[in-house]
Design a protein around this ligand. Structure first.
Ligand SMILES: Cc1cc2nc3c(=O)[nH]c(=O)nc-3n(C[C@H](O)[C@H](O)[C@H](O)COP(=O)(O)OP(=O)(O)OC[C@H]3O[C@@H](n4cnc5c(N)ncnc54)[C@H](O)[C@@H]3O)c2cc1C
Length: 407
C-alpha cells in the first residue's frame, strides 16, 4: 500500500513512556496505534529479584486522571502503600505496568515495528508481520534497548560471549558457581554483584572509583514526616533529596535552554554512580571489591579463564582471572543505533552529541517525529531517564499532537 496518512499517531513502545503517552493521547481522543510488548524491558532486560532504586512515590506511570498510580494498584491488590523505606520489587512493578496497560491502553498491539521511513508528508510504518501503513506522526518510546554500552577494551571477549551487559540477562542465576568480574560502581553493577553472590556465583567488583557510594537511609517513610528544618535543607524530589534534584525533577523545560556542553556534563554527573541505601549491607564485605582500577586489556584464551589487565595506582598492571565479565557500564544514546529508522530519516535528525535534539514539545528536526524517555534526556535532563519523567513527556507530546492537528 502507499504511504497514506491514515493513522494520526503511532506510538512505538509499551514501556512506562509509551504507555503514559498513549494514555494521554487516548484521553484527548486522538486516534492512534500503539506497538510493543508491555513492560518488556523490565521482564527481559533486568534481573529477576531486582528492586527499583526509585521510591514508590516516584515510580508511577503517568495517567491523565491520576487513577492508575502505583498506590492505586496496591490498593486494588489490598496491600498497604509503603513509601521511601520500602523499595519496590521489580516483579511488582512489572505487574503494575501490565495492569496500567490493560486499564489505560488496552489497544496495545504486541507487534514489532520493523521499519519507519518518511515519504513526502507522512511516515510509512512496516511491521514485522509485513503489514505497512501510513502515519502522520510517530512517537518513539523504544527505551534503553538499542543503547547498552560496553567499553571497547572488552571487544576481544565478545565473539565467544565471555563478556556481556546486564541488559543481556533476566536471570543472573545462570552464573551460579562461576567467577564473574562485574565492572562498574552504579546501581546496576552493585545490585548485579549482590544478586550474583546471593545466587551462589563468585562476583568480583571492578570499579574506577576509589570508594563505593551508597545513598542515606531515609529517616522516615514519608518525606512529610521529616522535621521542617530537614525538609528546608534537603527537600524531597522524585529524583532524591536536595534542591538541585528538585530543579532537575520539576523544571526539565528549563534544562533545554542550558548550553549544550552544560547539558552534556550535567547528564554525565548528576546522580553519578552510587547504590541505593538498602544495597549497602548486601555489598559491603560480601565479595572482593577492586576499586580505583580501570580496565586496560582483556584476553580470552579458548576455554580457559578470561584475563583482565587492570591499572590502578600500582607500577605493574594486575591480572584478574574470571569466567565471565559483566560490564554494567550503562547506556549511551546514539541515533545511529536506531535501526528501525530508515537511514535517510536518521541522517535528517539534528543531534545534540549523538542524541536527537528536541523542541520544547519533544519533536525532532523531522516534523512529526517525537522521542521520549532516555533519548530525550540530552534535551530535558536526567528526569527523562526515569519513570517519574513520563508525565512531563506525555503532557507535552499529547498537547503538541492535538495542537498540530488543529493547524
Ligand atoms: C537495571 C535498571 C534499573 C532501573 N531502575 C529504575 C528505577 O528504579 N526507577 C526508574 O524510574 N527507572 C529505572 N530504570 C530506567 C527505566 O528503564 C526507565 O525509566 C523506563 O523503563 C523507561 O521507559 P520507556 O518506556 O522509555 O522504555 P522501556 O521500558 O525500555 O520500554 C521500551 C518499549 O519499547 C518497545 N519496543 C522497542 N523496540 C520496538 C520496536 N521495534 N517495535 C515495537 N516496540 C518496540 C518494547 O517492547 C517496550 O515495550 C532502570 C533501568 C535499568 C536498566
Amino acid at each position: 500500500m502507499g504511504p497514506h496518512p491514515d493513522i494520526p499517531v503511532t506510538v512505538v513502545g509499551a514501556g512506562p513512556y509509551g504507555l503514559a503517552i498513549a494514555a494521554h493521547l487516548r484521553a484527548r481522543k486522538v486516534p492512534l496505534r500503539v506497538f510493543g510488548e508491555p513492560m518488556d524491558s523490565w521482564s527481559t532486560r533486568m534481573p529477576a529479584g531486582m528492586f527499583l532504586k526509585s521510591t514508590p512515590r516516584a515510580s508511577s506511570i503517568a495517567d491523565p486522571g491520576a487513577h492508575c498510580r502505583l498506590q492505586d494498584f496496591r490498593a486494588e491488590e489490598g496491600r498497604p502503600s509503603g513509601e521511601d523505606q520500602h523499595p519496590v520489587p521489580i516483579e511488582e512493578f512489572i505487574r503494575y505496568g501490565r495492569w496500567f496497560q490493560e486499564r489505560c491502553v488496552p489497544e496495545v498491539e504486541r507487534e514489532k515495528v520493523e521499519r519507519i521511513s518518511y515519504h513526502r508528508d507522512a511516515f510509512r510504518i512496516t511491521l514485522a508481520s509485513g503489514e505497512a501503513f501510513g502515519s502522520r506522526r510517530v512517537v518513539l518510546a523504544t527505551g534503553l534497548g538499542p543503547y547498552p554500552y560496553l567499553p571497547p577494551v572488552l571487544d576481544p571477549l565478545l565473539a565467544d560471549g565471555r563478556a556481556s551487559h546486564p541488559a543481556d540477562h533476566a536471570d543472573l542465576a545462570v552464573f551460579t558457581g562461576r567467577r564473574v568480574a562485574v565492572v562498574g560502581a552504579g546501581q546496576s553493577a552493585l545490585e548485579s554483584a549482590a544478586l550474583l553472590y546471593e545466587a551462589g556465583a563468585l562476583p568480583i567488583l571492578v570499579a574506577r572509583t576509589r570508594k563505593l557510594l551508597f545513598g542515606e537511609p531515609p529517616p522516615t517513610d514519608s518525606p512529610t514526616d521529616r522535621p521542617l528544618p530537614v525538609r528546608m535543607v534537603k527537600p524531597a524530589s522524585p529524583l532524591g533529596p536536595g534542591w538541585s534534584l528538585v530543579a532537575f525533577a520539576h523544571a526539565p523545560h528549563v534544562y533545554r535552554y542550558l548550553p549544550e556542553e552544560t547539558r552534556a556534563r550535567l547528564l554525565r554527573t548528576v546522580l553519578g554512580p552510587s547504590g541505593a541505601w538498602w544495597l549497602r549491607e548486601r555489598v559491603d564485605g560480601r565479595f572482593p571489591q577492586l576499586t580505583g582500577r580501570s580496565l586496560h586489556r582483556s584476553v580470552a584464551d579458548g576455554e580457559g579463564p578470561v584475563r583482565l589487565e587492570l591499572r590502578g595506582g600500582q607500577a605493574r598492571p594486575e591480572v584478574l582471572e574470571a569466567d565471565h565479565v559483566l560490564s554494567a557500564t550503562g547506556y549511551r544514546v546514539d541515533v545511529d543505533r536506531l535501526r528501525l529508522l530508515d537511514p535517510e530519516l536518521r541522517r535528517a535528525l539534528t543531534c545534540t552529541g549523538t542524541a536527537p535534539l528536541l523542541s520544547a514539545e519533544f519533536e525532532s528536526s523531522v516534523p512529526g517525529l517525537y522521542f521520549a524517555g532516555l533519548s530525550a534526556a540530552a534535551t530535558f535532563g536526567p528526569v527523562l531517564r526515569f519513570v517519574c519523567g513520563s508525565g512531563f513527556a506525555a503532557r507535552r507530546i499529547s498537547g503538541a499532537v492535538v495542537a498540530s492537528g488543529r493547524r
